[in-house]
Design a protein around this ligand. Sequence first.
Ligand code: MG
Length: 248
Amino acid sequence: MIVLKTRSELDLMRIAGRISAQALEVGGEMVRPGVTTAQINSAIHRFILSQDAIPSFLGYGGFPASACVSLNAEVIHGIPGSRVVQEGDIVSIDVGAVYKGFHGDNAATFPAGKISDEARRLLDATRESLERAVAAAVPGGRIGDVSFAVQSFVEPLGFGVVRKFVGHGIGREMHEAPEVPNYGTPGKGPRLAAGMTIAIEPMINAAGGDVKILPDGWTVLTVDGSLSAHFEHTVAVTENGPVVLTKP
Ligand code: MG
């Protein structure tokens, strides 16, 4: 069932989204050669607590950290630890915060120092695919319109859409209906209505879209070893059009 949010609930989600976005900024500003992924996570964790919010990811399904930090060929769900970020790495940070019972969720991929032209193209394309998908989240539209906005932009560039993981509704639960795939057909799927809140999160690989999961049970990485990027916003569908809730 898709849960529509009231105006006052959207106000709380806006705060949760703002905290989540600022937490992502805190993490992104730390990305540079020499930092460990655990240091990035610690800074994010402390920031969220300082905002009287709770890290959505910590303990979720047993996840041991407040942020996912995924490097290079890792797509999502990287577990922060002692690994040191190197010059030229791309670092995907995914973080959510719950405030007064409502969740925000967002992600971005950051460059560490100077990155390759291919990595730069992948980051730019994934970010733009998210912007196009957000623009498609209008009342009366369909989830398939959002999905197609991602797929139709990145595939002609030679990039691969990850299909095994998808975006999602969000609200009192971090993951609610509907699913929001990054591939699909315009005019298909659940209809978008004012009051819906969805996390749109293109996960785009430099080559094929196939992924595998490491023995740690969490880390998702590309099967072919190609780079992967991930950008995400929590978005409200409103009568006035899409509103990005994960804004700093
Ligand atoms: Mg998400």
